[in-house]
Ligand binder design. Structure first.
Ligand code: 3PG
Length: 221
């Protein structure tokens, strides 16, 4: 079943954090998913950087308690694999027209990466309104995001790359940001070690940091 882009965006904007997951062994996929949900971050971008990514997506396919997407999707064939495995959104590090076209054909939401005005203009010309700003901290950080947002006020960004607990709130406070991506709450070493408790703890820590920040912001209005 397809999930509309509006629904995907609504869910991601609500959760605000998109864990960028690299799995080396798909057998831990369900425990990882349990840890994310327990920690209050019920979505994930499962990257295709390892072969286990696709297998993990397949293993998680039936779960209705979290929104799953595929990351590091580099070509149309991988869009097909991800869509067949039940991914609801597709993330790429850069802008690939073939990826975006196939996402449309398959009814999955495309969130391609951009880091320049030219790439953003190409994405907008292709009809996109949601992009990943990648690699955010290396490509100019929040000030670059603000500058890119100027001529494209209708675009919403998901910064990712170099985000950490120390800087994530400053990105999320930006009105053009719909969610923030990162791997700090899903360290590859913890996944390899099967330390899903640690992952649940890091997710919960991130969630409470966000809640506390939101509370402070509301209090200051
Ligand atoms: C991504 O693909 O978004 C990044 O690899 C995440 O970057 P991080 O590991 O610096 O959080």
């Amino acid at each position: 079943m397809t999930t509309s882009t509006a629904t995907v965006m609504e869910i991601l904007s609500e959760i605000q954090i998109v864990p960028v997951v690299v799995l080396d062994d798909p057998s831990g996929a369900n425990e990882l998913a349990d840890a994310l949900v327990e920690g209050g971050i019920s979505c994930a971008e499962i990257t295709f950087r390892t072969a286990a990514g696709l297998e993990a997506l397949k293993a998680l396919r039936g779960r209705t308690d979290l929104l799953l997407g595929a990351g590091t999707v580099l070509n149309a064939a991988d869009v097909d694999l991800a869509a067949d495995a039940g991914a609801k959104f597709i993330v790429s590090p850069g802008f690939g027209p073939d990826v975006v076209t196939r996402c449309r054909e398959r009814g999955v939401t495309a969130i391609p990466g951009i880091s320049t005005a030219s790439e953003l203009q190409t994405a907008v010309a292709a009809g996109l309104r949601h992009v990943k700003f990648f690699p955010a901290e290396h490509a100019g950080g929040l000030s670059m995001l603000t500058a890119l947002s100027g001529p494209f006020p209708e675009v919403r960004f998901m910064p990712s790359g170099g985000l950490r607990p120390e800087n994530v709130n400053t990105y999320l406070d930006h009105p053009a940001v719909f969610a923030a991506g990162g791997s700090w709450m899903v360290p590859r070493a913890a996944i390899i070690a099967g330390d899903f408790q640690e992952i649940a703890r890091l997710c919960a820590q991130t969630r409470s940091q966000l809640t506390e920040h939101k509370g402070k912001n509301q209090g200051s209005i």
